[in-house]
Ligand binder design. Structure first.
Ligand code: HXC
Length: 510
């Protein structure tokens, strides 16, 4: 009996070593943690329950029959994050470079199936050389099995990808179909074809970091939602994100204890809007002053900075925030910001997270690059996302809400539940100067008349009251009381029930 127990411990010990101490040391030398160390840090202490520790590949080609490490290059199982269940897989680069074999894929699929059946998020830690070259099509089939599950799980349980090493070729499409991707600076990269292929086909010379590093994907491509300095920071931040999310699409997001008075008055907000309507101000200041304990988890902070997206809490409840940022491109909507915000709104709606929209938008960005790039279709994504969303929607117009962008930004007409405005709001078809130049074209040569027309237009429209007269704005509120008003609005919407007409699925302009 004792021998059998010892045998189990010996086997476990060997499995835990993955590809051996030499390769573990090499992983550490690159500044990376091992697959198991990552799982330990991600989950609550001693909460990890491992599956399939002894699974080995079945490949016999290229001398592989003699090299069958236990676990086959991926650590899988479940555990808890602040007491809430999550499923996790973590690729082990020390075993065949974390490459994906048929059995490696089966292990991942097993936990994805369980996650869907039990209604818990899946967190995938990617650190892999891609398809196991020795296995050929069997490994490609394995990838496709994972892809299929990513698709079925989308909108059912949150899926989060951490890219903490190589992720190349078709392998990138599994993280790409998850809800959020986070990368680690200088030690992770993602690309469909690597620098060598790029050089052969296009003659471009580019490093792996330039082509698919964390900065590329957070600033240029928007493939990734965030980048962190090292593995530890990335894992700690994902724990923080999970705390904002529901476990699945049938559960409400968690309610956390809060120590911040919901009726907290913020006198400084009375002077947030500058006297000159063209002077920028930082909308993030408003977000931080509204949020419980100023806690805000930003998504895609480095991309399309003219719009801000992220999660905060009000009275302990998760709220998704979308806010025009006047500091960047005057807060205009454009292709990138529309795509960014649309995807965020759809995530919130899929997982029953109420949405707060803070509006200060002078319109859509004009220009040939926008039109040639399809701003019509991309702008429509955000319009569509807001219009189809059935979660509680509270909107606050702080300053400008001009033209089509007024409609798009969770207006009353797109089923906004509470639409508030500050007294500084200006709701109109366009700015006073532009409007005057069109409707008083005949007076363009007379600067005095034009100035008078502009003033008249401003007096008539540069305020929230025309919209309030029609009921498009439910109430004009004092800036200092915003946290209280918005908290009360969301509290009043906790029982909201709204469903869209039956359909197989919609046809959002992709
Ligand atoms: C089997 C692999 C492997 C792979 C790496 N290894 N990739 N084994 N299949 N795909 C093994 C190496 O042989 C080595 O084994 C160990 O992992 C570490 O690899 P190194 O090359 O020493 O590490 P490093 O220098 O850090 O380079 C990492 C790497 C490189 C950039 C990922 O290994 C590499 O280019 N690998 C091949 C990548 C690739 O072309 N994959 C197929 C992509 S196509 P030892 O025993 O020496 O430790 C694809 C299609 C997916 O994935 C399609 C889905 C639809």
């Amino acid at each position: 009996m004792i021998d059998v127990l010892r045998e189990l411990e010996n086997r476990r010990e060997k499995a835990r070593l993955g590809g051996g101490q030499r390769r573990i040391d090499s992983q550490h030398a690159k500044g990376k943690l091992t697959a198991r160390e990552r799982v330990e840090l991600l989950l609550d202490e001693a909460s990890f329950e491992e599956f399939d520790m002894f699974v080995a590949h079945r490949c016999t080609d290229f001398g592989m029959a003699d090299d069958r490490p236990a676990g086959d290059g991926v650590v899988t199982g479940w555990g808890t994050i602040n007491g809430r269940m999550v499923y996790v897989f973590s690729q082990d680069f020390t075993v065949f470079g974390g490459s994906l074999s048929e059995t490696h894929a089966q292990k991942i699929c097993k936990i994805m199936d369980m996650a869907m059946q039990n209604g818990a998020p899946v967190i995938g830690i990617n650190d892999s050389g891609g398809a196991r070259i020795q296995e050929g099509v069997a490994s490609l089939a394995g990838y496709a099995e994972v892809f299929q599950r990513n698709i079925l799980a989308s909108g059912v349980v949150p899926q989060i990808s951490l890219v903490m090493g190589p992720c190349a070729g078709g392998a990138v499409y599994s993280p790409a179909m998850t809800d959020f991707i986070f990368m680690v600076k200088d030690s992770s990269y993602m690309f469909v074809t690597g620098p060598d292929v790029v050089k052969t086909v296009t003659n471009e010379v580019v490093t792996a970091e330039e082509l698919g590093g964390a900065l590329t994907h957070t600033k240029k491509s928007s493939v990734a939602d965030g980048a962190f300095e090292n593995d530890v920071e990335a894992l700690v931040e994902v724990r923080r994100l999970v705390d904002f999310l529901p476990l699945n699409n049938r559960e409400k997001p968690p309610v956390r204890p809060f120590f911040d008075e919901p009726a907290r008055v913020e006198p400084s907000l009375d002077t947030l809007i500058p006297d000159n309507t063209n002077t920028p101000y930082d909308i993030k200041e408003l977000i931080l002053k509204l949020a419980d304990e100023s806690d805000f988890f930003e998504i895609q902070e480095e991309f399309a900075r003219n719009i801000i997206t992220g999660f905060m809490r009000l009275e302990g409840q998760t709220i998704g925030v979308v806010a025009n940022q006047p500091m960047v491109l005057a807060g205009c909507l454009d292709i990138d910001s529309s795509r960014k915000a649309a995807r965020f709104v759809r995530f919130c709606d899929a997982f029953e997270i109420p949405i707060l929209t803070l509006v200060d938008v002078p319109g859509f960005l004009p220009g040939t690059s926008q039109e040639f790039g399809g701003v019509i279709k991309h702008g429509a994504k955000l319009l569509f996302a807001y219009g189809e969303a059935t979660v509680p929607k509270v909107t606050l117009i702080t300053r400008k809400a001009y033209g089509g962008a007024y409609d798009v930004m969770a207006s009353k007409h797109l089923r906004g539940d509470f639409n508030y405005a500050w007294p500084t709001a200006e709701i109109a078809v366009m700015g006073a100067k532009g409007a005057t130049e069109i409707i008083h074209r005949a007076d363009l040569g007379d600067s005095e008349k034009i100035a008078q027309h502009t003033l008249d237009y401003e007096t008539r429209f540069a305020n929230p009251f025309v919209a309030a007269e029609r009921g498009f704005i439910d109430e004009v509120i004092q800036p200092r009381n915003t946290r209280m008003r918005i908290s009360r609005a969301f509290a009043a919407l906790r029982g909201k029930k709204l469903t869209n007409p039956w359909k197989k699925h919609d046809n959002i302009p992709l």
